[in-house]
Unconditional design. Structure first.
Length: 420
């Protein structure tokens, strides 16, 4: 006998009870973001590979190691999206969104794909909620973006949330700083990990993320970008902090914070959760003012973030799945064709009237049907047989004969409104 197939390593099936929790995350995110003027967008699951090579950066782990890239039947190189900011900027340019009132505020809930070591909360196919605001360089955009994610995590009960905040400065500030950092790394090159040493010229800032002990010692004395920002970058960062202070959002300034994508400028941030241990990141993002230009567009400021659904659910310790509502369970007193057709018609009419209705489909005995109705949490059970319809109130135990399906529906609706 052949072995039964399983989900590929690093992926997972979302079972019904898990889907209920994920729906709550979506509902909270949708409510918070759409109330702030963000509208939902969805981009294709795969893009031209060039979209990510140009935007994310050739020197990043994502591009070098983690992308699922393939050639289609026409010989084009395509990649399953490892992140969603670059596709959204591509869509913004492609669909002429620069003609709309700025900033254009968008949110998404989509799956991403990265080939990385699978572990708790980190998968090769994973889901993100995120928000992007394009077309304004106002520091209020940065502060609002951070506040929205802070609100979502708080409303979902994510435990032990901390906010790390930094600025990567403009491209000009960072270029000057890179020379200082590169010189520091070259001076201690013999103590660096092979990976960091190989990337000194490509992306020296990534050395701050290394977990190699000797590299970490070297980086402890490295110059920090936040200490070498230009005047305009400092003013922008101060304005963001003032707004977060005004909104009473606690944070810590962390000069070692760098994001794993090359397109970030100025504000960057990350929310962590003490509930997640060493892999504590829940979500984060930052400003990406030069990304549209990399795609051939006009200069377009941008700010956004992404948060992992799986990470949120791991850290939202007290989030519980809500049981689906069942107003009416339609049971059959006998298995005659007439009773089955009448039961099916009653369920159809009840659903059209807005009554949450389940129909007996398992061929159970009448006693088994009542057990199933109880498992479903049904408020009422309609029993159809050769002598008509009996309606039982599952809370009081009262049972009465009713003349028609319409009478059943009216009674259930009255009972539901009385309980509301």
């Amino acid at each position: 006998m052949s072995e039964r197939p399983k989900a590929p390593r690093g992926t997972f099936d979302v079972l019904p009870e898990q889907a209920a929790l994920r729906a709550q995350v979506e509902a909270v995110a949708r409510g918070t973001l759409e109330a702030a003027g963000y509208r939902r967008i969805e981009t294709p699951a795969f893009e031209q590979t060039d979209v990510f090579q140009r935007a994310v950066g050739e020197s990043t782990d994502i591009v070098q190691k983690e992308m699922y890239t393939f050639e289609d039947g026409g010989g084009r190189s395509l990649t399953l999206r490892p992140e969603i900011t670059a596709p959204i900027v591509r869509a913004y340019l492609e669909h002429g969104m620069h003609k709309l009132p700025q900033p254009v505020k968008l949110w998404y809930l989509s799956s991403c794909f990265r080939y990385e070591r699978a572990q708790a909360g980190r998968y090769r196919q994973f889901w993100q909620i995120g928000a992007e605001a394009l077309g304004s360089d106002d520091p209020a955009v940065d502060a609002e973006s951070i506040l929205l994610l802070h609100t979502i995590l708080g409303d979902l009960g994510v435990a032990g949330v901390r906010l790390r905040l930094a600025s990567l400065g403009s491209h000009e500030s960072r270029a000057r700083y890179r020379e200082l950092l590169t010189a520091h790394l070259r001076a201690h090159e013999d103590r660096l990990s092979d990976e960091v040493r190989e990337r000194i010229d490509l992306n020296p800032l990534r050395a701050f993320d290394s977990d190699h002990p000797a590299t970490r010692e070297v980086m402890a004395s490295a110059p920090l970008l936040i200490e070498h920002l230009g005047a305009e970058d400092l003013d922008h960062f101060a304005a963001v902090r003032e707004m977060l202070d005004a909104a009473q959002v606690p944070y810590e300034v962390d000069g070692t914070l760098v994001r794993g994508l090359d397109y970030y400028t100025r504000t960057v941030f990350e929310f962590t959760s003490d509930a997640l241990g060493a892999q504590s990141g829940v979500g984060g993002g930052g400003r990406y003012d030069g990304l549209a230009e990399q795609f051939g567009g006009a200069p377009t400021p941008g700010m956004g973030w992404a948060a992992g659904i799986e990470r949120i659910l791991l850290a939202a310790e007290h989030l519980a799945a809500r049981e689906p509502v069942c107003d009416l369970y339609v049971a059959l007193a006998d298995g005659t064709a007439a009773a089955r057709i009448a039961g099916f018609a009653l369920a159809a009419h009840a659903r059209r009237a807005g009554v949450a209705t389940q129909l007996e489909l398992g061929g159970r005995s009448l006693k088994g049907q009542f057990k199933q109705a109880d498992r479903c949490g049904a408020a009422f059970v309609a029993i159809l047989g050769s002598e008509g319809i009996e309606l039982k109130d599952m809370q009081s135990g009262e049972q009465q004969a009713l003349e028609s399906a319409s009478a059943v529906i009216s009674y259930v609706l009255r009972g539901r409104h009385a309980d509301a």
